[in-house]
Design a protein around this ligand. Sequence first.
Ligand code: AMP
Ligand code: MG
Length: 394
Amino acid sequence: MHSLETARKAMLAGLEPMAAESVLLAQSAGRVLAVDVAAAVNLPRFDNSAMDGYAVIAAEAGTGAQLQCVGEVPAGSAFEGTLQSGQCLRIFTGSPMPAGANAVVMQEDTRVEVDRVEIAEGVKPFEHIRLRGEDVKESEMIGHAGEVMHAGRLQLLGAAGVARVEVYRRPIVGVLATGDELREPGEALGEGGIHESNRLALAELIRETGAEARVYPLVNDTLDATKAALRQAFDECDAVVTSGGVSVGDHDYVKPALEALGGELDFWKVRIKPGKPFVYGRLRGKPLFGVPGNPVSAMVTFLVLVRPGILKLTGATDLELPAHPGVLAVPLVNRGDRRHFMRVRVDAAGQVHAAGLQASHAVGPLGQANALVDVPPETTLAEGAKVTVLRFVG
Ligand code: AMP
Ligand code: MG
C-alpha cells in the first residue's frame, strides 16, 4: 500500500498541464498563466498628482505664499506650457504634473480668491506627487507561468497594458457516481435507496481548482454500465473522477471496467483514513481518480490526492491546500494505524474546534467543517496543542 506521499509522487509525475492558448485579458480570469509576462509601460506612466489641489514650485509655496493660478489640468489631459515663477495650476488626482512644477498643495491647504491662491500649509519638493515607474517599471516581470489570474493580477496586468495572455486550457473533468442504491435528488427513494450527494461536492471542489466539471448520470453497479459510463466520460473529458465501486465488494466495478477498456491501474489503496481504497489509473493517457463512495472519504481523498492532480492539469504550480497554524480547542484522538485527516472548524483566532462525528459516512460535520488536521497514527493531540490546519473553505 502506498503512503500518501508516494501515491502523490507517482500520480503527479505522469501529469502535464493542458495546451496553452492566447486569450484576451478579460477572458483570462481564473485561468493559469503559461508564460511569464512583462509590463508594457511604467506605472505610474507619468509623474502625476496624488491629490486635488494646486501644482506649484515647492520653493515658492511656503506657508503664506501668494500664487497666481494660470489654468487647470484635468485628469486625462496635459498642460502644454511650463509653470513660471509666481504661478500655480489647478490640478486633480491622476493629472500629469505640468513641466516646471515639483509639488502639489492640497486644496484643503489653500485659500482661493478668483485666480489668487494663498498657501495655508507649505509643501516640500515632491509632496503629493506619484512618480513615474515608482510602482512598476516598464519590462519588469509582473506575471509568472503557473500563477492564477485572480483579481489582483487582473488589476496589475490590465494597468500595465497587457492586452492578451497565454494561459492553459481549462481541463474538463468528468464526475461519475456509481451505486445501485443512489437516487437523483427528488427521486423516490424506495427500499434501500439513498440520496446521491458526492457529485455535488466533487463538482464544486473541481470548479474551485479552476477546472470545468462535467457531471454524468448515475452509474449502476454492473461491469457493462461502468464500462459504458467510463468510455463516454473519457471520450468527452480530460480527466475523470468516479465515486464508489473501488472497495473489495462483489459490486465494485471501477477497476475491472478501467482495465477492460484497456486502461492501466497505477495504484490502489493509500495508507490514509478516511479513503484507503482510492484508485488511480489512466486511460489513453488521461487520469482516472477513483474516490471511495463514503461522502467523507470522497471529499478527503479529493482534497489530498485528486485536487493536486487536477491543479497540475490546470498548469498551476501551487498544488497545496492553504496551511495555517492553529491551536486545538479540543483534543484529537487517532487510535488507528493510518494517519487520519480529521474534519475541523478553525475560527478567525486560529482556535480549532472538532466538527463532529469523525466517521467516513458522517456528513453531519461537513456543513461547518472548513479544514483538515492530519493526525498521525496512534496519536492523541491534547487540547492546546499547536497544529497545522489545511483549509478547504476560504
Ligand atoms: P462504495 O464505495 O461504493 O462501497 O460505497 C460506500 C458507502 O458510500 C456506501 O454506504 C454507499 O451507499 C455510500 N455512497 C456511495 N456513493 C455515494 C454517493 N455518490 N453519494 C452518497 N453516498 C454514497
Ligand atoms: Mg458502491
